[in-house]
Design a protein around this ligand. Structure first.
Ligand SMILES: *Cc1c(COP(=O)(O)O)cnc(C)c1O
Length: 348
């Protein structure tokens, strides 16, 4: 049977398009550790321009981009504030603890966000009668936009601005994990540079919805990015003729950003279809970008996913819920086929 598999497990499952493969094949390359790779340099300049900052550094993964930034902003023993189930903590396997020696303190809030008041409350006020040395310093606030574990939620812009403002007032550095900042920009109509404004560093990912084979970048002032280069090297990320991959990433940045609107429409189409199905609990209004979380009510998430796979539809269990993510390998017809398969599984 040669039925096509509809892979909705993640937007990381994308494979390079024809145009991207041509850009990769034609890439001029050099040794990136010596800053000699013209394709890497072009990508870094373009990303810095889009984000409205001085400089950017290409990294093999988003985890490395985030962790190099955290290492730049903190000393061992510091506290980093982040949202509940933040990628920098949960999905990076405690790397911030292991590599930077920091404590990540999670702030609860709505859909992967938190408030400026929560930041203020988490920062100790040293009473004049007490030695400052008794208080663990909070030196970094990290936000995630869109928030992965919260279902691809976009931060309300004013709440994010309030968080960066309070951090500045308290003398705390700020990092934006913008792995899916491209999605946030398309969904909100607020440009990437506006989202980045107010942050000291921002990471973005090319290997998710943009569809490049690999890579992320961390961006900010030239001074911060230069310091981050040291940690990229230390964390094992000096990757020589990386221009082969950077050319694919640059192609994706130029050609695949605006089409993310299609992914969002397909996610909405999936959520609307699921909402009409018996045996499914879904809040279609919570679908802001390219992720759909839903709960089967008559079977387990595990079983639904296993049986959907037999029908050629790959979705992921996430606790009691199921996660489906749209991307450039998925069109509206695939969504209708996936809905058909899920509905068949739920009826049997
Ligand atoms: C995917 C992702 C990253 C980076 O992941 P890598 O797999 O290391 O490239 C960082 N933050 C968020 C929110 C992500 O979804």
């Amino acid at each position: 049977m040669s039925r096509r598999v509809i892979d909705l497990r993640s937007d990381t499952v994308t494979t390079p398009t024809e145009g991207m493969r041509r850009a990769i094949a034609a890439a001029e390359v050099g040794d990136d550790v010596y800053h000699d790779d013209p394709s890497v340099n072009a990508l870094e300049e373009r990303v810095a321009e889009i984000l409205g900052v001085e400089a950017a550094m290409y990294t093999p993964t988003g985890t490395m981009a985030n962790q190099a930034a955290i290492r730049v902003h903190t000393d061992h023993g510091d506290v980093v504030l982040a949202a509940l189930r933040a990628h920098i903590d949960h999905h990076e396997l405690g790397a911030a603890n292991a590599l930077s020696g920091v404590t990540v303190r999670q702030l609860d809030g709505e859909r992967g966000t938190f408030t400026a008041e929560a930041v203020r409350a988490a920062v100790p006020v040293v009473p004049p009668s007490m030695p400052a040395a008794l208080f663990q310093p909070v030196t970094l606030v990290a936000c995630e936009n869109t928030h992965n574990a919260a279902g691809g939620a976009v931060w309300p812009k004013d709440r994010l601005d309030a968080v960066t403002a309070i951090a500045r007032e308290l003398g705390i550095a700020t990092h934006l994990d913008g792995a899916r900042l491209w999605n946030a920009a398309v969904a909100s109509g607020v440009a990437e540079a506006s989202w980045a404004a107010g942050f000291d560093t921002v990471s973005v990912c090319f290997s998710k919805g943009l569809g490049a084979p690999m890579g992320s970048a961390v961006a900010g002032s030239r001074d911060l990015v230069d310091r981050a280069r040291r940690f990229k090297q230390m964390f094992g990320g000096g990757f020589r003729q990386a221009g082969m991959m950077a050319a694919g990433a640059l192609y994706a940045v130029e050609h695949h950003r605006s089409r993310l609107a299609d992914d969002h429409a397909n996610a909405a189409r999936l959520a609307a279809g699921l909402a009409e199905m018996e045996g499914v609990d879904v809040d279609a209004t919570a679908v802001e970008t390219n992720m759909v979380y839903f709960e089967p009510t008559t079977t387990s998430a595990e079983r639904l996913c296993a049986e959907a796979a037999e029908h050629g539809v790959l979705i992921l269990p996430a606790g009691n819920a199921v996660r489906a993510v749209t991307h450039l390998g998925i069109d509206a017809g695939d969504i209708d086929d996936a809905l058909g398969a899920i509905s068949r599984v739920l009826r049997t």
